[in-house]
Write a protein that binds this ligand. Structure first.
Ligand code: ATP
Ligand code: MG
Length: 276
């Protein structure tokens, strides 16, 4: 099990996480949801060892992960960053190969190179393999980052908004791949997500973060409710169950009068299909 407890974090004295607890079993999928700035990325970075929490513990199969060398952590836990913050100079092939870095000292082995070729084929990236990363669409970058994460051969995956930038089919394919990895290979997945419908569909548990604290955590049906969505996101919604899947339909903003004021993003409401 990957387990973080009592995580506190602050950026230059600005408190961002307080007493956050998150865990995932091997074979499980846990989504972290919450509004922009809630602390999802910061939490994933604290768990993956990129940021050092001010307080708290992270255990990887019972071992203290915060005290482990980075290379050792990287053999057990792979982190996929939010792609908008990711810049990689080099080709698709080199970027994916860099996921094998924890396993070689100077040069990759034949096995490392073969693994890259296999995953490139599996993820249908062959045509792009020699292209520079800065010549890809954002959805293509996302796929390359996932390939780089998967090739790390770890027991846990931490994915920051893995489906952002992907079209509908690729979102479904990517999340189905992630779910299949979890169930088929017994990998524990923790991912930050914005889409509550997809989070509910693909997760065993959801952690709802609000202002750096856990607002609620549990199985999807406990978290994806109109009351919690109103309290955390400030929007009215209807939640139904269609074909066995939870389905959130956003109706309008709770703070509608506030939003009616000039300059308060009224366009965003109609653009996302909400009631004007
Ligand atoms: N490097 C940084 N320095 C200072 N403050 C930061 C830094 N990174 C994030 N923050 C702040 O920490 C808070 C949490 O940010 P974080 O990126 O974890 O949120 P998030 O839930 O991932 O948001 P989003 O959904 O937009 O990705 C925000 O208020 C953000 O402005
Ligand atoms: Mg984020």
């Amino acid at each position: 099990m990957l387990e973080a407890r009592g995580i506190f974090f602050e950026y230059n004295g600005n408190k961002v996480l307080a007493a956050v607890r998150a865990s995932v079993e091997k074979g499980g999928v846990v989504s972290i949801v919450g509004p922009n700035g809630a602390g999802k990325t910061t939490l994933l970075k604290c768990i993956s060892g990129i940021l050092k929490p001010t307080l708290g513990t992270v255990h990887l199969d019972g071992r203290d992960a915060l005290g482990m060398p980075r290379r050792e952590i990287a053999k057990q836990l792979a982190y996929m960053p939010q792609s908008m913050f990711f810049r990689f100079p080099g080709t698709v092939f080199d970027t994916i190969l860099s996921g094998r870095r924890p396993y070689f000292a100077w040069r990759p082995s034949l096995k490392d190179l073969e693994k890259v070729e296999t995953i490139i084929e599996e993820m249908e990236l062959s045509e792009l393999s020699m292209r520079d990363m800065d010549q890809l669409s954002s959805g293509q970058v996302q796929k390359v980052l996932l390939a780089r994460t998967m090739i790390q051969d770890t027991r846990y995956l931490l994915l920051d908004e893995p489906n952002s930038g992907l079209d509908l089919r690729h979102q479904m394919e990517l999340l189905e791949t992630v779910a299949a990895l979890a169930k088929g290979k017994g990998i524990g997945v923790m991912m930050a997500m914005h889409d509550l419908n997809l989070a509910a569909r693909f997760s065993d548990r959801i952690i709802l973060l609000h202002h750096g604290k856990i607002f609620s955590a549990g199985v999807p049906a406990e978290i994806v409710t109109p009351a919690k969505i109103r309290d955390v996101y400030g929007v009215e919604s209807i939640v139904t169950r269609d074909n066995g899947y939870l389905n959130v339909q956003v109706l309008c903003c709770s703070g509608e009068q506030e939003l009616d004021k000039p300059g308060r993003l009224p366009n965003r409401l109609s653009a996302s299909g909400r009631k004007n």
